[in-house]
Design a binder for this molecule. Structure first.
Ligand SMILES: Nc1nc2c(ncn2[C@@H]2O[C@H](COP(=O)(O)OP(=O)(O)OP(=O)(O)O)[C@@H](O)[C@H]2O)c(=O)[nH]1
Ligand SMILES: [Mg+2]
Length: 228
């Protein structure tokens, strides 16, 4: 019985997610679902990505938080179009929740939509939002054992970011152990090692995003059509 109810919930969510994705595709907007523990650096990565991509891709953001507009206010203060969704307690976003904020973003005026999910390494992995790419961010200080303890998140990831590499000299992050855990679950996802504080490694990540946009929506010119 419980299995049946869960299946129905996931099916209904997937239908709405497909609607969201169709809307994004029509406007050639690449959507990323950023998932990570609280404080891993989701908002910081959005801001660093905006800096690195400023003359190449136009960004928009949906900020998902249980409560407060702290992140949304912060991102907006950098001139990035931002919509906020407070879940009021739910530990993840779902496809239905993002419909209103999605309608609030002027999609024709952006190329990439970052959706910052609620800080949580478990529940967000189970719900599609209509994103093109699921991105998992792990801050190095959380420890290299996370793929072993939270496998679903690393299994569904289209790309994995190890953030806060500036802290490596002060912690005992076991890099080989981390990669072994990731590759046992997911052979495809590229892993980006970076610091959203210093900016080290962010350009490689940003170039990959540009490639992802071009693969889906580019016209062979290597740059988004900014006349849209
Ligand atoms: N040293 C260091 N600190 C970082 C880095 N990235 C983020 N931080 C710091 O980590 C803290 C949390 O960063 P946020 O970007 O707010 O993290 P978040 O994942 O958005 O957090 P929630 O939205 O609360 O889940 C802040 O104090 C950041 O300045 C990094 O690469 N290195
Ligand atoms: Mg945040």
């Amino acid at each position: 019985m419980e299995i049946e109810i869960k299946e129905n919930i996931f099916n209904a969510n997937d239908q709405l997610a497909a609607d969201n994705k169709a809307k994004l595709d029509r406007e050639a907007v690449l959507a990323l679902n950023l998932m990570a523990s609280p404080g891993a650096g989701k908002t910081s990565l959005i801001l660093q990505s905006a800096k690195s991509l400023s003359d190449r891709l136009r960004l928009g953001v949906i900020e998902g938080d249980i409560a407060s507009s702290i992140d949304a206010d912060n991102v907006r203060s950098h001139g990035i179009p931002t919509e906020l969704i407070n879940t009021g307690g739910a530990c993840h976003l779902d496809a239905n929740m993002i419909q209103t904020p999605l309608a609030g973003i002027d999609l024709p005026s952006i190329d990439v939509l970052f959706i910052e999910n609620v800080g949580n390494l478990v529940c967000p992995a189970e719900f599609n939002l209509g994103e093109h790419l699921k991105i998992v961010i792990l801050s190095a200080a959380e420890g290299a054992d996370k793929p072993y303890k939270y496998p679903l998140m690393f299994k569904v990831a289209d790309a994995i970011v190890i953030n806060k590499i500036d802290l490596m000299p002060y912690i005992d992050f076991r890099t080989g152990y981390f990669y072994d855990g990731v590759r046992a679950l997911n052979q495809q996802a590229p892993v980006f090692e970076l610091s959203a504080k210093t900016g080290e490694g962010v350009d490689a990540w940003a170039s990959w995003l540009l490639e992802q946009w071009n693969e889906r929506f580019g016209q062979g010119h290597g740059e988004p059509d900014t006349s849209r």
